[in-house]
Design a protein around this ligand. Structure first.
Ligand code: PMP
Length: 305
């Protein structure tokens, strides 16, 4: 893995090796951090790097921070500027992934959210595929349940909540699956370990609503917009039952890391014809052009580095 050369840490851009937190850091002990995952896409013809929807990512990061009683002296714009400064310094000429974190930085013992110092760190890495089989993924239904919004905020990216995602992912991977879908406390389909889910049934694109314990995904919002505006399909945000997965024409997953993943098998049952369907294929094509700043209509989502 290529490591970063620099990191934004404790208010400055410093060499990556020098950015160290203590073993007594609150966030390390209790998972009291929130994070983001932003992709930068290299446009080979233009020889330029573009961040995809950083404003929306930073808005969600700050909102996740609000849920966790965090206060930092930054807004979306200043976070984008810091990120641009960092990424320019790295000089990446490839697809990258940017990881910002806001974390409870005090040292010591004591579970709480209040009266603690919050700090920000950001680093970036070269990044290609997250799911290898992204045109023919085989997923299972996890025996784990998705965290409930009344246990840990599900709509935000809270570090501690990713113990749930890690349990889901490891069991699926060790059983030979590419990924798993997780049911929420009510038994409805919520999402994957780190991606949102869509099904296609009878020409309609369907995805769980943000009130079904899902992360409010930015790729999810992008896919909704592309399906509706470019493919002209009706998009419904409604609860999905487990058995609907078995009778869907298509299933796909969305995430900044995962991008758009075609699911062609669920627990050994073929999805539709058992291969990537036309809606998924078109959304993948549109998505790839849009993120690389090749579609003027969506340039407001691309921030040039
Ligand atoms: N759900 C979870 C649990 C995730 O971790 C992610 C990745 N951030 C997603 C969905 C997809 O969200 P996004 O499209 O904003 O990356």
């Amino acid at each position: 893995m290529d490591l970063p050369k620099h990191v934004f840490f404790e208010g400055d851009i410093i060499p990556f090796e020098q950015a160290k937190i203590s073993v007594a850091t609150h966030a390390f002990n209790y998972g009291t951090a929130v994070f983001g995952g932003i992709r930068g896409y290299w446009n080979e013809e233009q020889k330029k790097l573009y961040l995809f929807r950083p404003y929306d990512h930073y808005r969600r990061l700050l909102n996740s921070g609000r849920m966790m009683n965090m206060e930092v002296p930054y807004d979306e714009e200043s976070l984008i500027q810091l990120t641009l400064e960092l990424v320019r310094k790295e000089g990446w000429q490839t697809d990258i992934y940017i990881r910002p974190l806001i974390y409870k930085a005090d040292l010591g013992i004591g579970v709480r959210l209040h009266d603690l110092k919050d700090d920000l760190t950001i680093f970036s890495l070269p990044f290609a595929h997250y799911i290898k089989n992204d045109t023919a993924a085989h997923v299972t239904i996890s025996s784990w349940r998705r965290i409930d919004d009344n246990a840990i905020p599900a709509r935000g990216k809270i570090s501690g909540a990713y113990a749930n995602s890690a349990l889901v992912k490891t069991d699926a991977a060790r059983s030979g699956f590419d990924e798993a879908l997780v049911l929420d406390q009510n038994g409805h389909v919520s999402e994957g370990s780190a991606m949102n889910v869509f099904i296609v049934r009878d020409g309609k694109v369907i995805t769980p609503p943000v009130t079904d314990n899902i992360l409010e995904g930015i790729t999810r919002r992008t896919a909704i917009e592309l399906a509706s505006a470019e493919l002209g399909l009706p998009v419904l945000e409604r609860t999905i039952d487990r058995t609907e997965l078995f009778i869907s024409d298509e299933i796909f997953l969305t995430g900044s890391a995962a991008q758009i993943v075609a699911v062609t098998k669920v627990d050994f049952r073929p999805v539709g014809m058992g291969k990537m369907g036309p809606v998924t294929e078109k959304i993948r094509e549109w998505f790839d052009s849009v993120v690389r700043a090749k579609v003027p209509k969506y340039h407001h989502w691309n921030v040039e580095v």
